[in-house]
Design a protein around this ligand. Structure first.
Ligand code: XMP
Length: 506
């Protein structure tokens, strides 16, 4: 495997995803919490950082533990750290360099640049630059404005690159990473979904033995893939709970429950619609609504978990981005998102936790899901928020409003699927606005609800852009909604990006 040391760059996770795409396993660890260097670690990548190596107290690491012993690649800050620690000179760039540049000098004899073309486009994002390298170190690539775009230390596999090979704007960046990971570190490209599945099932068998596991399913990709893996390992000792909170999409409860049964999962469907509606009655503040839904879910799940005799484990669909320790750039303290081991939680939270997907990124989860032959209706699904349609009915939620929104949402989503637009969109949905507007239908004046349609592209939901859906499509969907859904006489399309807006309206 490859060890990636994180100095806090926004791109660190992207480096890991690119390495994984090469079918090579890698892990991200914070620079200030380095794991034991075991023989299976074949190379080390030092990430970028928002800090400057010139600042006092900037992230630092003892590089002697790797240098000359393992292949080492510094990216951006990582390369500056290498240069500076061994006697080079890092200075502020005269101009801050952000954006595209071209490698107009490449040392073609260097393994790092195998199959990288002269003039190749790369992505720069840095405020400092390496003015002078330590004595004897060689420049192996330059751009028009950056002399040391890449360097190598003679007689050892230590490299630094100023550009970001992990972002897609570095057109042959993937080749640079492949050259480092495969040619230079000698990693074999055999970390595939099938290998992951076999190893995980073996591990789960060992860990769980004859114990019982309970798991809440959401209909989403992560929990479904995690449940399927656990089920392959322990069969019906896994008991799944799928709750109808009355806030799902039209027909979603029946369809997803049906898919789970086809997958052979031992799944209990719980109709708790009324409990959720009761908990939401009179609440219109978004955070109050979220809390009411979260608490009700915990109560319902706890009730079900109590009915299962002798259950020892809680299965969860946690994925890698949720467990990576994120480096705090303001100090060495690392924070970790945690969702368990907190006192005062309901009984099921005190169970031991099993998380078979906690080393995978979302794309890896999808690949594993496909290899497990989980139906595309689950694997290819857009993300859907835990509180469901409740945060798309602005203001107080009632069953009647949810029902109107389900019809609108169904027309929109089905329309996207019928016109082959669904897979081009990261997430889509409809929002029921708390306003009425005047319309005319036949000879009648109407005064009815307004709905907004939202469709975005995104990578991880952190930033998003609205999708330029074809006018013809929007026109057709708007007509269909107004003609078919009683109580709606106006449709608008949300053209805000995130930031400054958010994806959801609440
Ligand atoms: P925002 O609205 O913050 O949404 O731009 C980003 C992503 O998060 C989802 N989302 C939620 N998911 N519980 C969830 O499980 C929530 O309370 C919640 N709020 C937003 C949203 O659908 C989008 O994918």
């Amino acid at each position: 495997q490859i060890l990636i040391l994180d100095f806090g760059s926004q791109y660190t996770q992207l480096i890991a995803r690119r390495v994984r795409e090469l079918d090579v396993y890698c892990e991200i660890h914070p620079y200030n919490n380095i794991p034991e260097i075991t023989p299976d670690i074949k190379g080390v990548i030092l990430s970028g950082s928002p800090c400057s190596v010139r600042d006092e107290g900037s992230p630092d690491v003892d590089l002697e533990q790797f240098r000359g012993k393992l292949p080492l690649l510094g990216v951006c800050y990582g390369s500056q750290l290498l240069a500076q620690k061994y006697g080079g000179n890092v200075t502020p760039s005269e101009i801050r360099e952000y954006g595209r540049a071209n490698l107009n000098f490449i040392d073609k004899h260097n393994d790092l640049f195998h199959e990288v073309s002269h003039g190749s486009q790369v992505w720069m994002s840095h405020g400092d630059t390496i003015k002078e390298l330590p004595q004897g170190w060689e420049v192996i690539s330059s751009t028009a404005s950056v002399k040391v775009a890449a360097f190598k230390v003679p007689d050892e596999d230590t490299f630094g690159i100023q550009f970001h090979p992990e972002v897609t704007h570095s057109e042959e960046g993937k080749n640079v990473l492949r050259n480092f990971v495969v040619q230079i570190c000698g990693c074999s490209q055999d970390w595939t979904s099938d290998v992951f599945i076999d190893a995980t099932i073996d591990e789960l068998k060992q860990k769980l033995g004859d114990d019982k596991v309970v798991m809440g399913l959401s209909g989403g990709v992560d929990s479904s893939v995690a449940a399927t893996l656990i089920h392959r390992a322990i069969g019906d000792n896994l008991v799944c709970v799928f709750v109808d909170n009355g806030l799902l999409r039209k027909h979603e409860y029946e369809e997803v429950l049906d898919s789970y049964k086809h997958l052979g999962l031992n799944v209990i469907g719980v109709d708790a619609k009324q409990r959720f509606y009761d908990a939401l009655a009179g609440k219109s503040d978004p955070e109050d609504k979220r809390k009411a839904i979260g608490n009700t879910f915990i109560e319902v799940f706890d009730d079900e978990a109590h009915k299962i005799q002798g259950v020892k484990w809680l299965g969860q669909g946690t994925i890698y981005p949720d467990v990576i320790e994120s480096v705090s750039v303001n100090g060495p303290s690392a924070t970790i998102k945690s969702h368990h081991n907190v006192g005062g939680l309901p009984d099921f939270m005190k169970l031991k936790v099993v998380e078979p997907l906690n080393t995978l990124f979302k794309d890896g989860v999808r690949e594993v899901g496909r290899a497990l032959q989980i139906p595309e209706i689950i694997i290819g699904r857009h993300p859907f928020p835990g509180p469901g349609l409740a945060i798309r009915v602005l203001g107080e939620v009632t069953p009647e409003k949810v029902s109107i929104l389900q019809e609108v949402d169904h027309i929109f989503i089905q329309g996207l699927k019928d016109d082959n637009l669904y897979d081009e969109v990261w997430q889509a949905g409809a929002i029921l606005l708390p306003v009425q507007s005047v319309g005319v239908m036949g000879d009648e004046r109407t005064y009815e609800q307004v709905v907004a349609l939202r469709a975005v592209t995104s990578v991880d939901g952190m930033t998003a852009d609205w999708v330029h859906l074809p006018y013809e499509f929007l026109g057709k969907i708007s007509n269909e909604i107004i003609n078919k859904v009683k109580g709606v006489n106006r449709v608008v399309y949300d053209i805000s990006s995130k930031p400054p807006a958010t994806i959801e309206w609440e």
